[in-house]
Structures are given as structure tokens and as C-alpha cells.
Design a protein around this ligand. Sequence first.
Ligand SMILES: [Zn+2]
Length: 322
Amino acid sequence: MLQPTYTELLACPSCKSPLEAQGQRYVCQNEACQGMYPIQGGIPVLISEDNEIFSQQDFAREQDIYFRTYKSRLMQVLQKVQPDVSTNLSAARNYRFLARELASRKGLRILVIGGSIDGYGIGELKQNLPADALLVEADVSYGPNTKMIFDSHQIPFRDETFDLVVAQAVLEHVLDPFVCVAEMHRVLKTGGMVYAETPFMQQVHGGRYDFHRFTHLGHRRLFRHFVQVESGIVSGAGSALAWALKYVVTSFARNKKMDKVLSYSAPFLFFWVKYLDLLIGRTRGSLDSACGYFFMGRKEPGYVLSDKELLASYKGLRGNVN
Ligand SMILES: [Zn+2]
């Protein structure tokens, strides 16, 4: 469970009023709302009653909603030997940068959305946190890191709570990424940082919970209320091609069982294609063909990137370019 002092940082996911801990639940202090949120095996389930996708009942047992974090021994072994079809050229470096950038802050608070398991490279941040830092890893599934369950359309924290909010491979899986990013902006302190990685050229990978892809500029616009610190490629066209080859193979599947076999085997045939990224992952040409992008930004009062500025920021090589 979160340490009791953190209760004062929480807000009702529904009406954003303060919450009070009452035994094994949190209760909204707003008379008109009176939202109640269970604490399940030490993990607060801050899902509001009006949420259409998730219900508190979904989390009554440590079952999985979005993806399976608990697996059989055999599955664990099989997955360990299966090669990944994408590279990540940027995460480790970006997390090291963020760790340095935030190192001097007192009482550092970090929120990791989609944090039930470690995202690629996040160890570079987690290993370098000061002892008094608060790290909240939240998700809509129970995993080894899950400290809290919530839906990122309704982040259950008060305004200006965090120094850093991370959303690595998350925003493609939410119904309204603009709402989620607005929530991330709200819970960040002025001067707080945001870090996101989101796919562009990737096939469906979250079953029914997969809704969006972004170009480099589309991703920038999603974060237009943030000053850009840096943005760029997470994985390049080599990874995009490896993904595509894998999905050409799985397209032969006529049922779930066949898909399982094919999607497990295909990476063994094509994983090496991702290493093309070592050659082409950082070129200007690859800005239009990448597998995914990152955005790192800072919250500054009143800032918004105009669409004119957005267009002027295009660094790819297609069409009318400078
Ligand atoms: Zn409430």
C-alpha cells in the first residue's frame, strides 16, 4: 500500500475532490459524489463507477485486463527465448537524461502510467532515484510493479503533484489520448517533465485495447501544451519491417490457436531485420518511416505550440521541405 502520507496527494477519479482512507477503502469527501474505492491486497483500485471500460469488479481478483502478467512456467521460458522484433535506440539514454535532470529536486515524485512491468530502459531511471523519491507505478493490470490501478483518462491525483510522468507504449492503447495527455499535464508540477514513447508503424498488439498510431508530428501535437525538450525515433524502419514480416506470417492464421503458433514462431525468422535500425535508425529519412517515436517535454505556464509552429517543425524529407 502507498504510505499514508500520500493519501493527501490523491483525488477522486470522478470529481477530483480529496479522498480519505477508511479501512480497506478510499472515500471521496465530496458529499455530492461519495465515490468509494477499494484497496485490493494493498493496491488502491481508483476506478470510478461511471467508467465505461473498466469496473472496480474487474480488479476484485488479481486477474488481468489488458495483458497477462502472470504466466505459467512454460510460458515464461518460451517467452524468454523468443527474440524481440523491435530495437529501442533511445529509451536508456532518455531515462539517464531524465534521472540527471531531476536529481537535484527534493521530494521527487514520479508517476509511471502503464507501469505494471518495467518499460524498456526504465531501469536507468529507477536505479538512480534518491531515497526519498515517490515512485507510483500504475496500470490497469496487476503486475510485479503495480502500486495502483487507475484509468489514465481519470488520473486520481491532485493538480501539480508530480515532477515526472512517464507513458511508455501506453497512448496507443487508450481511447482518447488527448484526454490522457491533458490529465498528465494537470498532475504535473510547473516545470515538471513528461516522457512518452508511442508507436507509428506497428500492427495491432493489444488485442481489442489498441486504438491509435502517431506520426512524428501527430505525436508532437498530442503534447502541444508542453515545451519540447527532445523528440525523435525510438525504433526505426528496420523494426517496422520486422513487425510487418511477423504480421504477414500471422495473417495466415484462421483461428486463435494458429495465430498463437505463428506469432510465437515468426520472430525467430525475422528478428534480425530490426538490426537495420543500427544503420538507418537515426537518419532524417527514417523520421517518416519509424516504428515509433518518443517525446520528452516540460510543463511551462500558458505554453501551447501553434499548428503553424507544428508544421514548421517537420524534419522529414517528404513534400515541401527546407
Ligand atoms: Zn468524488
